[in-house]
Design a protein around this ligand. Structure first.
Ligand SMILES: [Zn+2]
Length: 333
């Protein structure tokens, strides 16, 4: 599926069709749909009966295999943790922590794939997404493969943080920037996706439509969490328990913006993020200690870095919420 605002990038790629270099690097902020674009491109290049503008037909054997995730001339390299998320229903080995990185073994495993001829006589594609998840060893291994790939091979790299890739990798790729759509176009899309308050969601996501949609989907959970955070009688341990089903980084972000607003209401008399809760924030913040709030904000900033996959999410949130409660009840940091 190509999103409307990606057509510009799509045209750039289509113009090179048949003479594409052997490596493309799609870059752009998170939430713009780069992964969708890259996988559509892979499907289009494997498609055996492309439709107009080079779009995949969606019906040929190649498209069918691709959509089922088993096209023999396609490989996807992603961190184990993401693959595990995609296959959530399978009983995963919960005791073993899934890697957040793309490891050298994964890059090496593609070498056998490249050593034999293609199954369908067309392109052979390796999609690496997110490319910055490759650890240094994996990047070095990839670099070697990029030097002389077999004919017809395309490496498709997707990255929101291309600066984390080796310069020598970047220089071997044709770079395709994926831009944010105009606000009107993004709003139209969000509304067509059934997102209420699309304007607010888009602003909060700094103009990135997929990020805005993802945030809108968890909006009810966010409101519920903040209502309980605002309630001095709410039990921090019960609140920590209620975070179990929400991505930890999201919850830390909600807390950061909430505490920022408490501090801002107290010191500058205004609220930046939680505008609809302005009155409650002003009331809560009035008796609080600015230094303690600043300390808490720093603590949350540090927690954000650990929030991707905390070892024990329950304890992680119990600590943060007990700290918050201590500050919010005026008992210090
Ligand atoms: Zn097709």
């Amino acid at each position: 599926m190509i999103l409307k605002w990606q057509m510009a990038a799509w045209e750039v790629i289509s113009a090179h069709r048949g003479k594409l270099p052997h490596a493309l690097l799609m870059i752009g902020r998170p939430g713009l749909g780069k992964s969708l674009l890259a996988s559509s491109l892979a499907q289009a290049l494997l498609c055996e009966a492309p439709a107009g503008r080079g779009l995949p037909c969606g019906a040929c054997p190649a498209c069918t295999w691709f959509l089922q995730g088993n096209h023999p001339d396609f490989r996807l390299l992603q961190p184990e943790s993401m693959a595990a998320e995609a296959a959530e229903d399978t009983p995963a080995r919960k005791d073993k922590k899934k890697s957040e990185q793309i490891r050298i073994e994964q890059v090496r495993a593609t070498e056998g794939f490249l050593a034999v001829g293609t199954h369908r006589g067309g392109a052979r594609i390796i999609l690496i997404d997110p490319a910055e998840a490759m650890n240094p060893a994996a990047q070095s291994a990839l670099l070697k493969n990029l030097e002389e790939p077999p004919p017809g091979t395309l490496y498709l790299l997707v990255s929101s943080r291309p600066q984390r890739l080796l310069q020598t990798i970047r220089s071997r790729c044709m770079v395709i920037p994926v831009a944010a759509p105009a606000a009107a176009e993004a709003l139209q899309w969000l509304e067509s996706e059934g997102i209420k308050d699309a304007g607010e969601a888009l602003a909060a996501a700094a103009g990135a439509p997929l990020a805005a949609r993802a945030a809108a989907e968890v909006e009810p959970a966010r409101r519920e969490f903040l209502n309980r955070l605002a309630d001095p009688a709410a039990d921090p341990l019960a609140l920590a328990q209620s975070c179990d089903k929400i991505e930890p980084a999201l919850v830390v972000g909600w807390m950061q913006r909430w505490v920022y607003d408490l501090l801002s209401a107290q010191t500058a008399g205004r609220v930046r993020y939680n505008v609809s809760a302005q009155r409650a924030i002003e009331k809560i913040s009035r008796p609080l200690d600015a230094a303690a709030l600043t300390g808490l904000l720093l603590r949350l900033g540090a927690a954000r870095a650990l929030a991707q996959h905390p070892l024990n999410p329950r304890l992680f949130f119990e600590d943060l919420l007990l700290d918050y409660r201590a500050v919010a009840s005026g008992k210090g940091a």
